[in-house]
Design a binder for this molecule. Structure first.
Ligand code: NDP
Ligand code: 2IT
Length: 447
């Protein structure tokens, strides 16, 4: 329930404009509810219509992507880029290729990205894009032709100081390579217009690992500060088995945890002895196969078709697959099994009712826009390296990542404290991100 008229009005106006965008409205509602103490204490935000402006993307691009499959059939997909807010830097955020992609999903992701990027402390605005193209089962040639067709339109809208895309679901190193190559050909310009690039053409060491490793550093710091505890000896449940999930599991294990689950859209695996990450990497990264193969290769592990991971007893849960994958029922199962901390690797994986359940039962909850900010943070470091035409070592980048994640925890807690909200990591992150962007918007005039 809203307590300020201003936030309530902006939310209901947003809802009236696009009632068909449930994910976007979910993300807007969550942020507006969090920042009510700030807008209440500072009438200047209403005076400058900051909330009305911050929920409206600067620019929305939507385009046709026509491409030819290996059999010579022509297909048409939709391409999008939501350039959300550039008050504190060039638009920055990933591209998602998944059959479920639509304007609502990309708008929620772009909106979240604005606050996440502000939390990193770097100069990055927020944006997101992608397509309803489904890379599953496509040949290398089909993926390449799709990426080239997608970039044939997108290239005229992006640039190293304008809009810098990266990966997200369905877009990894292979796709970034094809997208970057087509940009370079069309723009006749070799610049750091993308992050997550290959190491031979301007990529950063540790970008591949960054989101998952950052999630580990965030969780470790929160446990240390709030519980005087660590990953040591903890049972960890991870969902997903893509880029974020794999490196979150790797860092959790390095820090002393035992990861016992992984999943994909087909089902989940449970390995009570601890997940063998070399096997997962071989299946998911090298062979692009299904997680079900894990149980075929590993005695003692079980595959559960169509089942999620949340009924497995654990101390720490790291949802790393997709939005709204952890609902109230799942949250209650985790709570019943004694979970002490949930930290989001994915964007908005927990439903509002799940978050409320964690709050009501004293489970520490790290919201994605803070806990998964390590990926975009190292993207920011990749942009810095590209500008310098220099590459830093893995350890240099990893150390900066760690200090950015610790900084996000401290900033979130200090901000919550400043508003008398105790140790609320959600509200603290939302307010800290908002204050930076809103301040920059006021300083730069009515735009
Ligand atoms: P990947 O494509 O590498 O992996 C996605 C994983 O999630 C796969 O295991 C996939 O299974 C599963 N998945 C995707 N969609 C669904 C669905 N609708 N239902 C069930 N499972 C699903 O993506 P990433 O690891 O990069 O991204 C995962 C999450 O992390 C997303 O929410 C993304 O926005 C977020 N994120 C990513 C960052 C990055 O740097 N890559 C940074 C910050 C957040 P399957 O193979 O069966 O599709
Ligand atoms: O959601 C995210 O933060 C990402 N997919 C990474 C964005 C980026 O620009 O590195």
């Amino acid at each position: 329930m809203f307590t300020t008229k201003y936030a309530e009005r902006v939310f209901s106006e947003t809802e009236a404009r696009t009632p068909w965008e449930p994910e976007f409205l979910q993300a807007v509602r969550e942020v507006l509810l969090s920042i009510e103490p700030v807008v209440e204490a500072n009438p200047v935000y209403e005076q400058y219509a900051i909330l009305e402006r911050i929920v409206e993307p600067d620019r929305q691009l939507k385009f046709r992507v026509a491409w030819t499959d290996d059999a010579g059939m022509v297909h048409v997909n939709r391409g999008y880029r939501f350039e959300f807010n550039s008050a504190i830097g060039p638009y920055k955020g990933g591209l998602r290729f998944h059959s479920s992609v639509n304007a609502s999903i990309l708008k929620f992701l772009g909106f979240e990205q604005v606050f996440k990027n502000a939390l990193t402390g770097l100069w990055m605005g927020g944006g997101k894009g992608g397509s309803d193209f489904d890379p599953h089962g496509k040949s290398e040639g089909e993926v390449m032709r799709f990426c080239q067709a997608f970039m044939s339109e997108l290239f005229r809208h992006i640039g190293p100081d304008t809009d810098v895309p990266a990966g997200d679901i369905g877009v990894g190193g292979r796709e970034v390579g094809y997208l970057f190559g087509q940009y370079r050909r069309l723009a006749n310009d070799f610049t750091g217009v993308f992050t997550g690039k290959g190491l031979d053409f301007g990529g950063s060491l540790a970008r591949t690992e960054a989101t998952g490793y950052g999630l580990g550093y965030y969780t470790q710091e929160v446990l240390r500060l709030l519980k005087n505890d660590s990953f040591e000896g903890k049972t960890v449940v991870v969902s997903g088995s893509g880029n974020v999930a794999i490196f979150a599991a790797e860092k959790a294990a390095q820090l002393g945890g035992k990861v016992v689950t992984m999943s994909d859209s087909g089902g989940s695996v449970y390995d009570p002895a601890g997940i063998d990450l070399d096997l997962v990497k071989d299946i998911k990264l090298r062979r692009r196969a299904r997680i079900s193969e894990y149980a075929d290769a590993r005695p003692g592990a079980t595959y559960r078709a169509g089942e999620r991971v949340w009924d497995v007893p654990c101390d720490i849960a790291l949802p790393c697959a997709t939005q709204n994958e952890l609902d109230e029922d799942a949250a209650m199962r985790l709570i019943a099994s004694g979970v002490t901390m949930v930290a989001e690797g994915a964007n908005m994986p927990s439903t509002p009712a799940a978050i409320e359940a964690f709050r009501a039962h004293g489970v520490i909850f790290g919201p994605g826009k803070a806990s998964n900010a390590g990926g975009v943070a190292v993207s920011g470091l990749e942009m810095a390296q590209d500008s310098q035409r220099l590459a830093w070592t893995f350890d240099q980048v990893d150390a900066k990542l760690k200090s950015i994640m610790v900084g996000i925890v401290n900033n979130s807690l200090a901000t919550a404290e400043r508003y008398g909200l105790g140790q609320d990591l959600v509200t603290g992150a939302n307010i800290a991100g908002f204050e930076r962007v809103a301040g920059a918007m006021i300083d730069q005039g009515v735009l």
